[in-house]
Design a binder for this molecule. Sequence first.
Ligand code: BDR
Ligand code: CA
Length: 326
Amino acid sequence: MSFQKAKIILDTDPGGDDSFAFLWLMSLAKQGFAEIVAVTSVDGNVHAQLTFTASAKLLTLGGCGDVEVGRGIIGGSDSDDVEDAGSIHGADGMGNLSHTLPEPTQTYEAARYSDEILIEKLKAAPGEITIVAIAPLTNLAAAEQKSPGVLNLAKEIVIMGGAFEAPGNITPEAEFNIAYDPEAAKLVFDTCNNLILIPLDVTRRLVLTPLMVETIGQAKPDSDIAQFMISLCQFMTGTALAFRETEGESGFLVHDAATLAYLFYPETLGFQRAKVWVETQGEWTRGKTLFDRRNKAKVGANTWVAMEVDRVNLLAVMAEDLKLIL
Ligand code: BDR
Ligand code: CA
């Protein structure tokens, strides 16, 4: 049986947890398991210009500076009711550490828009590319609106987002990536037949601690990436505790990294098959995700939803891979 590298487009809004997912993905690419086809940045945790710069800097840091970064579509939703998450991730989305990272050669002004890149790459390689979407789904929805059917050309779309039995994190019921642009999310969940969803039900259990990150860093203490990871973890731990995200445990939630666990270590997750709906109207529930949990035939099911996680082993494989990017 021949081994095929996973061809991945990362749709992202760095983001402390996006940054750790980024580093993990670059480690997997370095090990020969993945090819990063493009990065499509998007407005979300912080403004689109900042998520573009953060993406380009992270790629440069990880030795992948030649990967194209797209600039995000702004204003995909008519909603202004969810603010960005700079209070959690830092004003630059990276724990205010952006200035410590190498300057990229790519510029926001000269970059192509993310939806254009998605359309071009998916059409050029139908059925081959996996989209790892760890941010609001604005870019994906824009691509689908411009080129209907294009998202179903992806091999799979692995999304971090939503909350089912777990409470929300940006409102009592809704998770940030979905609530930031619920119309975009609804379009994706109503259109696609190739979806994997990793919701808060799983990711709220993934606490990465300063001790774990220091242990990773000990593999090569002088490395710039190790220093960046340790400082970013310290910052994120501070805000995670302030926002009571970890039930008092010292550490922060690596939501976005769980998408890579599905692709490379699927034994760490357990799934249910479902048709996922996105609430766009509710006064208190806008941006909530739900599916029919009654014991009925799964009519129209289009999504595998992760509802169980082996948190110890997921964090362990992530830590081991992160050592290999240092
Ligand atoms: C999601 O929201 C963002 O703040 C994180 O980066 C993650 O993608 C978690 O709800
Ligand atoms: Ca994110």
